[in-house]
Design a protein around this ligand. Structure first.
Ligand SMILES: *Cc1c(COP(=O)(O)O)cnc(C)c1O
Length: 417
């Protein structure tokens, strides 16, 4: 199946007499004939038993997303944030919250050379993380470079593919190991519900990576960076993930340990709504790229605009990377800086009639956001500069209205500035 077909048919195939549409299984639990059967499930959860770990509706959507990304398995989470993702929220997660949990994150410029990356890499570094298209600076990640760098250091490369979606970029094909998404954005697409997903590419060799990192010692005295994948899990009657699950070790461990313990699994109804968005994802993504390219060009040609970031536009700093990784286009998201700084930005945004002011992005309706006063408000001045954000910066999320109506709205708002 081509990806357009996968959007509609992967994850759920009704048998004779079954519903055409994936049913919402709105049940917390599942019935079994004996206590013995349930006891076995606690040793090895091979069937649905409780909807904090797995649910048939969520499962169908997980299978669809794994297929779209070309991974071996996926797990939905109750938000993009829970799927662990350089986005304002991610900066706080990595820089503040994870630090309190004893996990240090080292920030490196995505455009850094391999020598500079190597200097930042520490003996205890366990993973490299990036975003396909960073929000809101709209830099494009050199996935192949970062994956090669991570693998040379025997750690996985994890990438947040939220803005690109698998329609515009499939990071596994460039060597990424784990893909995360905020499904709240284009995947859902209709601003209905918050959600996330983690997809496992199934190719990272946890055994080999653990073998070469025997000098690393875990807080429990275990040897090697990925000992948890290899040593028996006492909380699951000694299951050994790589031995028991092979290429699916990561995603099954994520479900059996993390979702079990942290409880951030979505409801069946949320998964059902997400599936509706996924069904039209391919059609929508292609049209976002067409609309946004016209709007980005309009901003670029307008003398009230200081600068425009849209990777698919020729002349953009990331145009070459965009051609390589995002051949169909760089989504509907455009960042631009208006002359006159913060006050001009606010005046422009408040004058828009069709585009709405929302704390959201990647919606089917055109929307705008002022990062310096909203999503990135908690960042220091230095962090704002590092994230490429100035007072005049506006994140413009081009929707699927007629592009002529979107342009007319921009024109009348710019006239008020
Ligand atoms: C929105 C977003 C997140 C966080 O996802 P939520 O669903 O809001 O929790 C993470 N990464 C990126 C790139 C995002 O745009």
């Amino acid at each position: 199946m081509r990806i357009e077909t996968q959007c509609l048919h992967e994850g759920y195939t009704p048998k004779n007499g079954e519903p055409r549409v994936v049913p919402i299984v709105q049940s917390t639990t599942y019935c079994f004939d004996s206590t013995e059967h349930i006891a076995q499930l606690f040793d090895m959860p091979t069937e649905y038993m409780y909807s904090r770990f797995a649910n048939p509706t969520c499962d169908a959507v997980e299978k669809k997303i794994a297929a779209l990304e070309g991974g071996v398995g996926a797990m939905l989470t109750s938000s993009g944030q829970a799927a662990s993702t350089i986005y304002g929220g991610t900066i706080n997660l990595f820089g503040v919250t994870l630090k309190k949990l004893g996990i240090e994150c080292i920030w490196v410029d995505g455009d850094a050379s391999v020598e500079e990356l190597q200097k930042a890499f520490k003996p205890n570094t366990k993973a490299v993380f990036g975003e396909t298209i960073a929000n809101p600076a709209l830099s494009v990640c050199d996935i192949e470079k970062l994956a090669t760098f991570a693998h040379a250091n025997h750690v996985p490369f994890i990438i947040d593919n939220t803005f690109a979606t698998p329609i515009l970029c499939r990071p596994f094909e460039w060597g990424a190991d784990i893909v995360t998404h905020s499904t709240t954005k284009y995947m859902d697409g209709h601003a209905l519900q918050v959600g996330g997903v983690i997809v496992d590419g199934g190719k990272f060799d946890w055994n080999a990576a653990n073998e070469v990192s025997q000098e690393y010692e875990g807080f429990d005295g275990s040897k090697g960076k990925f000992a948890d994948f290899i040593n028996p899990d006492e909380s699951y009657h000694g299951v050994e993930y790589t031995k028991a699950f092979g290429p699916m070790a990561y995603i099954i461990k994520a479900r059996m340990q993390f979702i079990r313990d942290f409880g951030c699994y979505p409801s069946a109804h949320s998964a059902f709504l997400l599936n509706l968005g996924l069904e039209t994802l391919a059609v929508r993504m292609k049209q976002y790229c067409v609309n946004a390219k016209r709007v980005a060009q309009y901003f670029k040609d307008n003398d009230k605009i200081l600068s425009v970031s849209y990777p698919a536009l020729s002349g953009d700093k990331y145009h070459e990377l965009s051609k390589k990784y995002l051949p169909l286009g760089s989504s509907g998201v455009i960042s631009f800086s208006i002359k006159g700084g913060r006050s001009a930005a606010v005046r422009f945004m408040d004058s828009l009639k069709l585009a709405s002011n929302v704390v959201h992005v990647a919606d089917i309706r055109t929307c705008v956001l002022h990062p310096a006063s909203a999503t990135h408000r908690q960042l220091s001045e230095e962090q704002l500069v590092a994230a490429g954000i100035d007072g005049g910066l506006i994140r413009f999320s081009c929707g699927l209205e007629s592009v002529d109506d979107i342009l007319a709205d921009i024109k009348q708002a710019l006239e008020k500035v």
